[in-house]
Design a binder for this molecule. Sequence first.
Ligand code: UDP
Ligand code: MG
Length: 308
Amino acid sequence: MARDKISVVIPVYNEEPVIGRLMERLLPVMEGMDREYEIILVDDGSTDRSLEIMKGYAGGAVLVVELTRNYGQHAAVFAGFENSEGEIVVTLDADLQNPPEEIPRLVEHMEAGDFEVVGTIRVTRNDPAYRKLASRVVNALTRRITGVSLNDWGCMLRAYRRSVVQHMVNSREHSTFIPALAVSFAKDIAEIEVKHEQRHAGESKYPFRKLVSLHFDLVTSFSDLPLKILLYSGFVMSLLGIGFGLLLMVARLVFGAEWAAQGVFTLFAILFFFLGAQFLAFGLMGEYIGRIYREVKNRPAYTIRRIY
Ligand code: UDP
Ligand code: MG
Protein backbone atom coordinates (compact mmCIF):
# COMPACT_ATOMS: atom_id res chain seq x y z
CA MET A 1 0.00 0.00 0.00
CA ALA A 2 1.46 3.36 -0.98
CA ARG A 3 1.65 5.59 2.02
CA ASP A 4 0.83 9.28 2.02
CA LYS A 5 3.47 11.80 1.20
CA ILE A 6 4.81 13.96 4.03
CA SER A 7 5.65 17.66 3.62
CA VAL A 8 7.84 19.35 6.19
CA VAL A 9 7.50 23.15 6.25
CA ILE A 10 10.20 25.19 7.98
CA PRO A 11 10.21 29.00 8.24
CA VAL A 12 13.71 30.44 8.30
CA TYR A 13 14.68 33.94 9.32
CA ASN A 14 18.37 34.63 9.79
CA GLU A 15 19.22 31.11 10.89
CA GLU A 16 22.61 30.89 9.19
CA PRO A 17 24.33 29.00 12.06
CA VAL A 18 21.67 26.29 12.41
CA ILE A 19 20.57 25.31 8.90
CA GLY A 20 23.45 22.91 8.32
CA ARG A 21 22.87 21.04 11.56
CA LEU A 22 19.10 21.06 10.97
CA MET A 23 19.45 19.37 7.59
CA GLU A 24 22.03 16.95 8.98
CA ARG A 25 19.46 15.74 11.48
CA LEU A 26 16.30 16.11 9.43
CA LEU A 27 17.35 14.36 6.21
CA PRO A 28 18.20 10.98 7.83
CA VAL A 29 14.93 11.08 9.78
CA MET A 30 12.93 11.63 6.60
CA GLU A 31 14.89 8.98 4.69
CA GLY A 32 14.33 6.57 7.58
CA MET A 33 10.56 6.93 7.31
CA ASP A 34 10.80 5.16 4.01
CA ARG A 35 8.02 6.99 2.23
CA GLU A 36 7.66 9.92 -0.10
CA TYR A 37 8.52 13.28 1.44
CA GLU A 38 9.42 16.87 0.67
CA ILE A 39 11.11 19.52 2.77
CA ILE A 40 10.04 23.10 2.15
CA LEU A 41 12.39 25.74 3.50
CA VAL A 42 10.85 29.20 3.45
CA ASP A 43 13.28 32.09 3.58
CA ASP A 44 11.41 34.83 5.39
CA GLY A 45 13.53 37.70 4.08
CA SER A 46 16.74 36.71 5.85
CA THR A 47 19.50 39.29 5.74
CA ASP A 48 22.31 36.85 6.51
CA ARG A 49 23.57 33.94 4.39
CA SER A 50 20.57 31.70 5.20
CA LEU A 51 19.23 31.76 1.64
CA GLU A 52 22.63 30.90 0.12
CA ILE A 53 22.99 27.96 2.47
CA MET A 54 19.46 26.74 1.80
CA LYS A 55 19.89 27.00 -1.95
CA GLY A 56 22.75 24.55 -1.53
CA TYR A 57 20.20 21.95 -0.40
CA ALA A 58 17.58 22.73 -3.06
CA GLY A 59 16.70 20.03 -5.55
CA GLY A 60 15.28 16.54 -5.15
CA ALA A 61 13.05 16.48 -2.13
CA VAL A 62 14.09 19.94 -0.93
CA LEU A 63 12.27 23.05 -2.09
CA VAL A 64 13.41 26.54 -1.12
CA VAL A 65 10.82 29.32 -1.23
CA GLU A 66 12.25 32.83 -1.20
CA LEU A 67 9.96 35.58 0.11
CA THR A 68 10.59 39.18 -0.90
CA ARG A 69 10.96 40.43 2.66
CA ASN A 70 10.35 39.52 6.29
CA TYR A 71 6.63 38.83 6.69
CA GLY A 72 6.79 36.96 9.99
CA GLN A 73 6.82 33.32 10.96
CA HIS A 74 3.15 32.56 10.36
CA ALA A 75 3.07 34.16 6.92
CA ALA A 76 6.21 32.21 6.03
CA VAL A 77 4.57 28.97 7.10
CA PHE A 78 1.60 29.88 4.91
CA ALA A 79 3.92 30.35 1.93
CA GLY A 80 5.23 26.88 2.70
CA PHE A 81 1.71 25.43 2.94
CA GLU A 82 0.80 26.91 -0.40
CA ASN A 83 3.73 25.21 -2.07
CA SER A 84 3.36 21.87 -0.34
CA GLU A 85 1.64 18.83 -1.76
CA GLY A 86 1.90 16.10 0.90
CA GLU A 87 -1.21 14.57 2.41
CA ILE A 88 0.33 15.22 5.82
CA VAL A 89 2.05 18.53 6.46
CA VAL A 90 4.41 18.93 9.40
CA THR A 91 5.63 22.33 10.60
CA LEU A 92 8.88 22.71 12.46
CA ASP A 93 11.09 25.53 13.74
CA ALA A 94 14.49 25.87 12.15
CA ASP A 95 16.40 26.36 15.39
CA LEU A 96 16.22 22.68 16.44
CA GLN A 97 14.18 23.47 19.55
CA ASN A 98 11.77 20.91 18.11
CA PRO A 99 13.82 17.75 17.53
CA PRO A 100 13.25 16.48 13.95
CA GLU A 101 13.54 12.96 15.40
CA GLU A 102 10.00 13.41 16.76
CA ILE A 103 8.44 13.64 13.29
CA PRO A 104 7.93 9.88 12.76
CA ARG A 105 6.08 9.58 16.07
CA LEU A 106 3.94 12.58 15.22
CA VAL A 107 2.98 11.09 11.86
CA GLU A 108 2.39 7.65 13.31
CA HIS A 109 0.06 9.06 15.92
CA MET A 110 -1.83 11.00 13.28
CA GLU A 111 -2.34 7.96 11.07
CA ALA A 112 -3.12 5.56 13.88
CA GLY A 113 -5.95 7.74 15.19
CA ASP A 114 -6.94 9.21 11.82
CA PHE A 115 -6.52 12.68 13.30
CA GLU A 116 -6.69 15.90 11.30
CA VAL A 117 -4.39 17.90 13.54
CA VAL A 118 -1.78 16.60 15.95
CA GLY A 119 -0.19 19.16 18.24
CA THR A 120 2.66 18.69 20.64
CA ILE A 121 3.30 19.41 24.28
CA ARG A 122 6.81 20.45 25.16
CA VAL A 123 7.60 18.37 28.23
CA THR A 124 10.85 19.93 29.33
CA ARG A 125 10.59 23.40 27.98
CA ASN A 126 13.94 25.05 27.33
CA ASP A 127 12.99 28.70 27.27
CA PRO A 128 13.42 31.68 29.59
CA ALA A 129 11.13 31.70 32.65
CA TYR A 130 9.16 34.74 31.52
CA ARG A 131 8.35 33.01 28.23
CA LYS A 132 7.05 29.95 30.06
CA LEU A 133 4.87 32.07 32.31
CA ALA A 134 3.52 34.01 29.32
CA SER A 135 2.77 30.71 27.58
CA ARG A 136 0.61 29.55 30.45
CA VAL A 137 -1.51 32.65 30.17
CA VAL A 138 -1.68 32.37 26.38
CA ASN A 139 -2.57 28.69 26.52
CA ALA A 140 -5.43 29.31 28.91
CA LEU A 141 -6.65 32.20 26.77
CA THR A 142 -6.44 30.20 23.54
CA ARG A 143 -8.35 27.32 25.09
CA ARG A 144 -11.13 29.76 25.94
CA ILE A 145 -11.15 31.49 22.59
CA THR A 146 -11.10 28.37 20.46
CA GLY A 147 -13.06 26.16 22.82
CA VAL A 148 -10.52 23.40 22.14
CA SER A 149 -8.71 22.07 25.17
CA LEU A 150 -5.19 21.58 23.90
CA ASN A 151 -2.41 22.05 26.44
CA ASP A 152 0.33 23.71 24.43
CA TRP A 153 -0.48 26.15 21.63
CA GLY A 154 2.92 27.67 21.21
CA CYS A 155 4.85 24.69 19.94
CA MET A 156 5.14 24.82 16.16
CA LEU A 157 6.01 21.15 15.76
CA ARG A 158 2.63 20.04 14.48
CA ALA A 159 1.07 17.85 11.84
CA TYR A 160 -1.91 18.80 9.69
CA ARG A 161 -3.93 16.92 7.11
CA ARG A 162 -4.07 18.28 3.59
CA SER A 163 -7.74 19.25 3.96
CA VAL A 164 -6.98 21.45 6.97
CA VAL A 165 -3.97 23.02 5.24
CA GLN A 166 -6.11 23.74 2.18
CA HIS A 167 -8.74 25.47 4.31
CA MET A 168 -6.06 27.58 5.93
CA VAL A 169 -4.53 28.56 2.60
CA ASN A 170 -7.97 29.42 1.23
CA SER A 171 -8.84 31.58 4.22
CA ARG A 172 -6.09 34.05 3.25
CA GLU A 173 -5.96 35.82 6.58
CA HIS A 174 -3.22 38.34 7.14
CA SER A 175 -2.61 38.30 10.83
CA THR A 176 -3.28 34.91 12.17
CA PHE A 177 -2.12 32.25 14.56
CA ILE A 178 -1.82 28.96 12.72
CA PRO A 179 -2.49 26.47 15.55
CA ALA A 180 -5.72 28.28 16.45
CA LEU A 181 -6.80 28.63 12.81
CA ALA A 182 -6.14 24.96 12.15
CA VAL A 183 -8.37 23.67 14.93
CA SER A 184 -11.23 25.76 13.62
CA PHE A 185 -11.15 23.61 10.49
CA ALA A 186 -10.63 20.26 12.17
CA LYS A 187 -12.69 17.85 14.17
CA ASP A 188 -10.31 15.13 15.32
CA ILE A 189 -7.47 16.77 17.17
CA ALA A 190 -4.81 15.17 19.32
CA GLU A 191 -1.69 16.11 21.19
CA ILE A 192 1.46 14.16 21.98
CA GLU A 193 4.39 14.95 24.25
CA VAL A 194 7.68 15.80 22.61
CA LYS A 195 11.14 16.80 23.72
CA HIS A 196 12.11 20.43 23.62
CA GLU A 197 15.70 21.52 23.29
CA GLN A 198 17.62 24.69 23.61
CA ARG A 199 18.01 26.78 20.50
CA HIS A 200 20.96 25.21 18.67
CA ALA A 201 22.63 28.53 17.83
CA GLY A 202 21.79 32.16 17.17
CA GLU A 203 19.13 33.93 19.14
CA SER A 204 15.36 34.04 19.35
CA LYS A 205 13.71 35.95 16.51
CA TYR A 206 11.00 37.06 18.88
CA PRO A 207 11.90 40.20 20.73
CA PHE A 208 9.30 41.20 23.31
CA ARG A 209 7.53 43.55 20.89
CA LYS A 210 7.01 40.87 18.23
CA LEU A 211 5.81 38.44 20.87
CA VAL A 212 3.16 40.87 22.08
CA SER A 213 2.06 41.60 18.53
CA LEU A 214 1.75 37.88 17.74
CA HIS A 215 -0.51 37.27 20.71
CA PHE A 216 -2.53 40.33 19.93
CA ASP A 217 -3.08 38.78 16.52
CA LEU A 218 -4.22 35.64 18.23
CA VAL A 219 -6.82 37.43 20.34
CA THR A 220 -8.11 39.86 17.73
CA SER A 221 -8.33 37.37 14.87
CA PHE A 222 -10.24 34.79 16.81
CA SER A 223 -12.33 36.70 19.27
CA ASP A 224 -14.20 39.95 19.79
CA LEU A 225 -14.10 39.49 23.55
CA PRO A 226 -11.98 42.66 24.02
CA LEU A 227 -14.72 44.68 22.28
CA LYS A 228 -17.37 43.13 24.50
CA ILE A 229 -15.32 43.95 27.58
CA LEU A 230 -15.24 47.55 26.35
CA LEU A 231 -18.97 47.60 25.93
CA TYR A 232 -19.67 46.21 29.37
CA SER A 233 -17.12 48.35 31.15
CA GLY A 234 -18.54 51.40 29.38
CA PHE A 235 -21.93 50.44 30.70
CA VAL A 236 -20.66 49.97 34.24
CA MET A 237 -18.79 53.29 34.08
CA SER A 238 -21.93 55.13 33.03
CA LEU A 239 -23.85 53.58 35.91
CA LEU A 240 -21.07 54.59 38.29
CA GLY A 241 -21.17 58.12 36.86
CA ILE A 242 -24.90 58.43 37.39
CA GLY A 243 -24.62 57.02 40.92
CA PHE A 244 -21.82 59.41 41.73
CA GLY A 245 -23.81 62.39 40.41
CA LEU A 246 -26.75 61.46 42.59
CA LEU A 247 -24.49 61.06 45.60
CA LEU A 248 -23.02 64.56 45.06
CA MET A 249 -26.48 66.04 44.71
CA VAL A 250 -27.67 64.49 47.95
CA ALA A 251 -24.46 65.50 49.75
CA ARG A 252 -24.91 69.08 48.62
CA LEU A 253 -28.47 69.19 49.90
CA VAL A 254 -27.50 67.62 53.22
CA PHE A 255 -24.09 69.22 53.92
CA GLY A 256 -24.26 72.45 51.91
CA ALA A 257 -22.24 73.95 49.05
CA GLU A 258 -18.76 74.02 50.76
CA TRP A 259 -18.70 70.32 51.23
CA ALA A 260 -19.32 69.63 47.59
CA ALA A 261 -16.41 71.89 46.53
CA GLN A 262 -13.92 69.83 48.56
CA GLY A 263 -14.39 66.82 46.39
CA VAL A 264 -13.23 68.62 43.28
CA PHE A 265 -9.78 67.00 43.09
CA THR A 266 -11.16 63.56 43.66
CA LEU A 267 -13.48 64.28 40.81
CA PHE A 268 -10.54 65.22 38.61
CA ALA A 269 -8.81 61.98 39.46
CA ILE A 270 -11.90 60.01 38.55
CA LEU A 271 -12.34 62.02 35.40
CA PHE A 272 -8.79 61.38 34.26
CA PHE A 273 -9.21 57.72 34.94
CA PHE A 274 -12.26 57.53 32.71
CA LEU A 275 -10.59 59.70 30.10
CA GLY A 276 -7.68 57.26 30.05
CA ALA A 277 -10.06 54.34 29.77
CA GLN A 278 -11.67 56.05 26.79
CA PHE A 279 -8.39 56.45 24.97
CA LEU A 280 -7.61 52.83 25.64
CA ALA A 281 -10.95 51.93 24.14
CA PHE A 282 -10.26 54.05 21.04
CA GLY A 283 -6.88 52.40 20.66
CA LEU A 284 -8.32 48.95 20.92
CA MET A 285 -11.03 49.69 18.39
CA GLY A 286 -8.36 51.23 16.18
CA GLU A 287 -6.48 47.92 16.25
CA TYR A 288 -9.53 46.06 15.02
CA ILE A 289 -10.20 48.68 12.37
CA GLY A 290 -6.57 48.50 11.24
CA ARG A 291 -6.92 44.77 10.85
CA ILE A 292 -10.19 45.09 8.95
CA TYR A 293 -8.52 47.68 6.71
CA ARG A 294 -5.69 45.29 5.93
CA GLU A 295 -8.07 42.44 5.14
CA VAL A 296 -10.27 44.67 2.98
CA LYS A 297 -7.36 45.92 0.91
CA ASN A 298 -6.77 42.26 0.26
CA ARG A 299 -3.11 42.56 -0.57
CA PRO A 300 -1.25 39.27 -0.47
CA ALA A 301 0.03 38.39 3.00
CA TYR A 302 3.41 37.63 1.47
CA THR A 303 4.99 37.62 -1.95
CA ILE A 304 7.26 34.93 -3.25
CA ARG A 305 10.29 36.05 -5.20
CA ARG A 306 11.52 32.70 -6.47
CA ILE A 307 11.33 29.00 -5.81
CA TYR A 308 14.42 26.79 -5.97
N1 UDP B 1 10.88 33.01 12.03
C1 UDP B 1 10.50 33.48 10.77
N2 UDP B 1 10.18 34.80 10.63
C2 UDP B 1 10.23 35.69 11.67
C3 UDP B 1 10.58 35.20 12.96
C4 UDP B 1 10.90 33.86 13.10
O1 UDP B 1 10.44 32.72 9.82
O2 UDP B 1 9.95 36.87 11.47
C5 UDP B 1 11.21 31.57 12.20
C6 UDP B 1 12.57 31.31 12.83
O3 UDP B 1 13.59 31.28 11.86
C7 UDP B 1 12.34 29.95 13.47
C8 UDP B 1 10.90 30.01 13.90
O4 UDP B 1 10.29 31.03 13.11
O5 UDP B 1 12.49 28.90 12.55
C9 UDP B 1 10.73 30.29 15.37
O6 UDP B 1 11.49 31.41 15.75
P1 UDP B 1 12.33 31.45 17.11
O7 UDP B 1 12.99 30.14 17.36
O8 UDP B 1 13.23 32.64 17.07
O9 UDP B 1 11.18 31.68 18.16
P2 UDP B 1 11.17 31.21 19.69
O10 UDP B 1 11.61 29.78 19.72
O11 UDP B 1 12.08 32.12 20.41
O12 UDP B 1 9.73 31.36 20.07
MG1 MG C 1 13.01 28.82 18.86
